[in-house]
Write a protein that binds this ligand. Structure first.
Ligand SMILES: *Cc1c(COP(=O)(O)O)cnc(C)c1O
Length: 396
């Protein structure tokens, strides 16, 4: 049996896949056995379906409790959450924001939506997130202070933010990244879209992803660990930022019983009540989902233990992952061919394994972006395959 067939066979055995099984995607939402219908019906009966209502407040309160963030502002998706967070920490048109190239395209797009430019720095191989050393080295090479502000000497643009990503739910080494940001006085926004339930251990405390930087963002898209259909949120411990986020996301309308007075150019970014109702029903299941995902992850670790050239990516000693997407790394010298055959073979069995994203700096709109040495990103992206990770693959 070829190596790729052997791998597919083992994946099938972990997920109890039989040839008449339905299609398997890497992460699928599930609403069975939840209060989804009940809560959504409440919206329909009360008529409160749009961008305010008690479910939005309740959802925000529950996210606050779950993450330990002091403030939570629910918005219409994760891309919007990033764009709003970047605007609030001060990113404006013509400035630069530093991000890793291994991410979903939204990380870069949110920057572009403000008229700013992504600038790529490398990742570390352990966390797959932004490498603090690569960040510091890049800044040493290209950045200089003018007063308290930092500029790229080569482009003349201000460097207005750093956005690490907690890739596939594995926490980035965010405390180290934060130290570099503090040193250079650059705001830190955490793209935690994939990391609800993931935590970092910092001096004996467990801190939820998104709560270390100035603002963290979440996504509740259909493929994420919990879903509101579409949705996102900002997490922050900064009262001013929270106030501004709420204001700008509700068309900057100044509260008044009848007047439509708006004091800024705002956005219509708020999460609708009907989506928040679905979100509450999903959040009631999150611990259960994480528990099952950790069991599934352990099964993959065990079954591939004896494979010399395969490793299942694990949380670090300093972090706890929600294992949103369980990821296999091919360790051999030339992984491209075997990766291609694993993807091909799995897709023909209707198990839709996925490679990691094409690096963002290789996409046409970002190919001329500023970038440091990206050799680790290039190396890792040849090797990564996301495995079936839905919690419902584990029986009760
Ligand atoms: C999903 C995702 C987003 C965007 O969230 P949407 O809700 O789909 O807009 C941003 N960043 C990362 C890393 C994501 O995975």
């Amino acid at each position: 049996m070829s190596l790729s067939s052997e791998i597919i066979k083992n994946i099938k055995s972990v997920i109890n896949f039989s040839d008449n099984s339905r299609e398997i995607n890497v992460h699928e939402p599930s609403f069975i056995g939840t209060n989804a219908s009940k809560y959504i019906e409440d919206c329909l009966i009360s008529g409160w379906v749009s961008s305010s209502g008690k479910w939005v407040t309740k959802f925000e309160e529950l996210i606050k409790e779950f993450t330990g963030s002091e403030y939570v502002i629910a918005v219409s998706n994760g891309t919007v959450a990033l764009r709003l967070a970047l605007f609030i920490v001060g990113v404006r048109a013509g400035e630069e924001v530093i991000i890793p190239p291994l991410s979903f395209v939204a990380t870069a797009n949110a920057i572009s939506h403000l008229g700013a430019f992504p600038h790529f720095v490398d990742i570390d191989s352990e966390s797959l997130g932004m490498c603090s050393k690569a960040l510091d080295n890049r800044l040493k090479k290209i950045a200089h202070f003018k007063g308290d502000l930092v500029f790229n000497k080569y482009t003349g643009r201000r460097i207005a933010g750093v956005v690490p990503v907690h890739v596939f739910g594995i926490p980035a080494k965010i405390d180290k990244i934060k130290n570099v940001c503090n040193k250079w006085k650059i705001p830190l926004v955490e793209d935690s879209a994939e990391a609800l339930g993931s935590k970092v251990k910092i001096s004996n405390n467990q801190i939820h992803c998104g709560c270390v930087g100035d603002i963290g963002t979440l996504s509740f898209n259909g493929n994420k660990i919990i879903t509101t259909g579409g949705g996102g949120a900002l997490l922050t411990n900064n009262a001013e930022f929270a106030k501004l986020a709420k204001h700008l996301s509700t068309t900057a309308k100044v509260h008044h019983p009848w007047e439509f007075y708006h004091d800024k150019i705002g956005w219509n970014d708020r999460l609708p009540n009907i989506n928040a109702a679905l979100g509450v029903s999903q959040l009631e299941q999150i611990n259960y989902k994480i528990k099952k995902k950790r069991i599934l992850h352990q099964k993959f670790v065990e079954i591939f233990q004896s494979f010399e050239d395969i490793e299942i990516i694990q949380e670090l000693d300093t972090s706890i992952s929600n294992y949103w997407l369980i990821t296999m790394r091919l360790k051999g010298v030339k992984p491209e061919k075997i990766k291609e055959s694993i993807l091909q073979e799995s897709h023909s069995s209707k198990i839709y394994l996925r490679p990691s994203w094409i690096l963002l700096n290789q996409l046409p709109m970002y190919k001329d972006s500023q970038k440091g040495d990206l050799s680790e990103s290039i190396n890792q992206s040849k090797r990564l395959i996301n495995l079936p990770s839905s919690p419902q693959l584990i029986n009760d």
